[in-house]
Design a binder for this molecule. Structure first.
Ligand SMILES: NC(=O)c1ccc[n+]([C@@H]2O[C@H](COP(=O)([O-])OP(=O)(O)OC[C@H]3O[C@@H](n4cnc5c(N)ncnc54)[C@H](OP(=O)(O)O)[C@@H]3O)[C@@H](O)[C@H]2O)c1
Length: 285
């Protein structure tokens, strides 16, 4: 299989590069490709003619997306459109990573693939636009929606991940205030990379939800990190409206891997088990 990974030095891209190494994937960083530049994308497709291209690139700092909506659409929509146009031309299967933030958060039960997206912030709207352009143009695609990633290689867009942010605050002896009225499914990027390696071997094209099982509030997520590490630390619960009043985020954005389960492909485990392994792999346990 000739596979290209776009964003190969990112949080998920690094784990994908590792998990797919038996295929000798072509690992492209931002230095090699600018997805929003038509010529740059054309050149890559012409040179490698990939059978599969996995796009992990995104403009996904939620606060920055509000400040720079054109930039969010340039990468999350135009960039994806460029990839889709070339995928069509070269008969490439496009694997695109999307987000739980395409939903509005009003459901109160984990979202399944059939639920109607209705994003409430610029990040979610631009990512949904990316999904739509793929669905409109291609038949051979996998849109993989995931949530709250944490991985050994830090998220490049954010310079960290939630687990490391919490542990840093603890190390610096700072008060830890965490939102307790937003719920999500924390997901280990290594698990997601393994799940993607299973999906791409099939021809069950379409949308997949792929998150670790279960969900929690960010407050509970922080508490669980300390619980697993056996650290006694007070975590202070705060309301989202006080913590980030300027930002709209879905209150409930947990995902259910309904389609993976129905197809017998679901490899994801409970989020606390994944978190324990992450902490072990990082040498904290
Ligand atoms: N992180 C999360 O919690 C989360 C949750 C749900 C869904 N997602 C989705 O999961 C995907 C992967 O996230 P991640 O945490 O692995 O992100 P990441 O660590 O920020 O990695 C993104 C990669 O894409 C590259 N990139 C950014 N803009 C690009 C462009 N215009 N052209 C080419 N390459 C570009 C980045 O390179 P540079 O850093 O050098 O620019 C980086 O290598 C994203 O699509 C995101 O929307 C993430």
């Amino acid at each position: 299989m000739r596979i290209i990974i776009v964003g190969a030095n990112g949080q998920l891209g690094s784990d994908l590069s590792l998990i797919l190494s038996k295929y000798n994937p072509i690992c492209l960083t931002h230095k090699h490709i600018e997805v929003s530049d038509v010529q740059s994308v054309k050149k890559i497709f012409k040179k490698y003619q990939p059978q599969i291209l996995i796009n992990t690139s995104a403009f996904h700092n939620v606060a920055l997306c509000e400040k720079l909506p054109e930039e969010a659409f340039r990468i999350n929509f135009i960039g994806v459109k460029n990839l889709a146009e070339n995928a069509l031309l070269y008969n490439t299967t496009l694997v695109h990573i999307s987000t739980n933030y395409v939903f509005d958060g009003n459901k109160k039960r984990p979202y399944i693939e059939e639920d109607i997206p209705s994003p409430i912030n610029t990040y979610g709207i631009s990512k949904l636009a990316g999904e739509y352009v793929i669905r409109y143009m291609l038949k051979k695609y996998f849109i993989v929606r995931t949530s709250a990633l944490f991985g050994t290689h830090l998220c490049r867009a954010k310079g960290t991940n939630f687990v490391e942010t919490i542990l840093k605050l603890h190390k610096e002896n700072k008060k830890i205030k965490v939102v307790n009225d937003e719920f999500t499914s924390p997901t280990y990027s290594l698990d997601l990379a393994k799940q993607i390696s299973v999906i791409i071997k099939t021809s069950y094209y379409g949308i997949f939800h792929a998150s670790n099982h279960g969900f929690c509030s960010w407050y509970n997520f922080a508490q669980t990190i300390f619980e697993i590490l056996g650290i006694k630390k007070k975590v202070i619960p705060v309301k989202a409206e006080n913590f980030h009043p300027e930002l709209k985020r879905p209150a409930f954005s947990a995902l259910e891997n309904r389609r993976l389960k129905e197809l017998g492909l679901d490899q994801m485990r409970f989020w606390k088990d994944a978190l324990r392994e992450y902490l072990k792999n990082k040498g904290y346990l």
